[in-house]
Design a protein around this ligand. Structure first.
Ligand code: NAD
Length: 333
């Protein structure tokens, strides 16, 4: 029976990337029944909420979705459709594997790190106000429950996947209460995983050490904002935003999406790299138990890149669709 998966085509470069994923999935004969749902600018333009309740309801019902990037409207009171989805679906664990791939130019050979970013709290709780006409307050919300579930998710992942070390990234030397709670929770939970080495590191030192000693890191777990920034740093180390995949797991659903945004300046140009969304979609296949399909597609993707068929961001000349068709041909060949 086909797996039913909710699909958000997104905007900007989103629809082109989804088309590329469809080309590859068709060639791999993956049994997916895409159920399209709406969110983002299109909804706002039609006078609907940025993420309509039907969309939330459908993703909850199916328990799984693939999401292309969506633009955050600019202006007072505008909310991000991406943050809204994460909050409404309680997608508390953002998981971003970053690794060097043959054929993707990067000086960081041997990079193999998995980032666990807390996805619902911290400065993204969207609690902000003007304390006086000239002073703004943005609340950094860290709870023990929120910290515990992301830290436990990181350790459980390490245990299940044979990872050796989990590092907690924080700034508890300065934010002794908020980040202090995150670190204390980490120190409590780590006792339950004695076979896994545990470290903690201050976020600024972590960034420096990632680019000087990347091979010494394995699983990293951190609050939301550090996770956002460290993910983009690591995406750059992997070879650019065009190749960095991501997954969001929660109590109600799992939603798979690339690290990058809607890159509006490349919209409609058939130019953007669909690798990040495609690798997010293969993480989704793993979640569905379709491990062989994942392996097959990732092998075809590697063969294609190694053969020199690459999009502009990796130094190639292939268009989005040419690249997808080359992966499809590698799957069939
Ligand atoms: P972005 O990630 O969209 O793009 C930044 C730059 O990275 C692009 O100009 C391009 O040079 C490169 N890039 C990104 N994706 C690429 C790809 N697939 N192939 C090749 N190059 C790629 O970041 P931005 O320009 O800051 O944000 C644009 C919009 O996307 C904003 O509205 C932002 O809020 C939104 N956004 C959405 C998500 C999401 O959907 N999860 C994530 C980040 C940003």
């Amino acid at each position: 029976m086909a797996h039913q998966v909710a699909l958000i085509r997104g905007d900007g470069i989103g629809p082109e990337l989804v088309q590329a994923v469809e080309t590859v999935f068709d060639a791999a004969q993956v049994n997916i029944d895409w159920i399209e749902v709406e969110a983002g600018l299109k909804c706002v333009e039609a006078g609907k909420p940025i993420v309509p309740e039907e969309t939330i309801g459908k993703i909850k019902e199916l328990g799984i979705g693939l999401k292309a990037p969506m633009t955050t409207p600019i202006g007072k009171g505008s909310v991000s459709p991406n943050v809204t989805l994460r909050k409404k679906l309680d997608l508390y664990a953002c998981v971003r594997p970053v690794y060097s791939m043959p054929g993707v130019p990067t000086p960081f050979n041997g990079l193999d790190v998995v980032i666990f970013r807390e996805n619902t709290e911290d400065l993204y709780a969207q609690i902000e106000y003007m304390a006086t006409p000239t002073v703004a307050h943005t609340v950094k919300l860290i709870s023990e429950k929120g910290s515990e579930r992301i830290i436990r998710a990181a350790f459980e992942y390490a245990r299940k996947n044979g990872r050796k070390k989990v590092t907690c990234v924080h700034k508890a030397n300065i934010m002794k209460i908020g980040d202090g709670l995150f670190l204390r929770t980490f120190n409590r939970i780590k006792e339950e995983y004695p076979e896994i080495e545990s470290w903690d590191n201050i976020v600024d030192a972590q960034c420096m050490q990632l680019v000087t000693r990347w091979k010494q890191f394995d699983v990293l777990v951190m609050p939301n904002l550090y996770g956002d920034i460290v993910s983009d740093l690591c995406a750059g180390m992997m070879g650019g935003l065009g190749v960095a995949p991501g997954a969001n797991y929660g109590t109600k659903a799992a939603l798979f999406e690339a690290v990058h945004g809607s890159a509006p300046k490349y919209a409609g140009m058939n130019k953007a790299n669909p690798t990040a969304l495609l690798l997010s979609a293969t993480l989704m296949l793993d979640h569905l138990g379709e491990h062989d399909a994942r392996t097959k597609i990732e092998a075809a993707l590697r063969t294609t890149i190694e053969s020199g068929v690459k999009t502009y961001d990796l130094g190639g000349t292939a268009t989005t669709s040419e690249y997808a068709q080359a992966i499809a041909a590698a799957l069939k060949g």
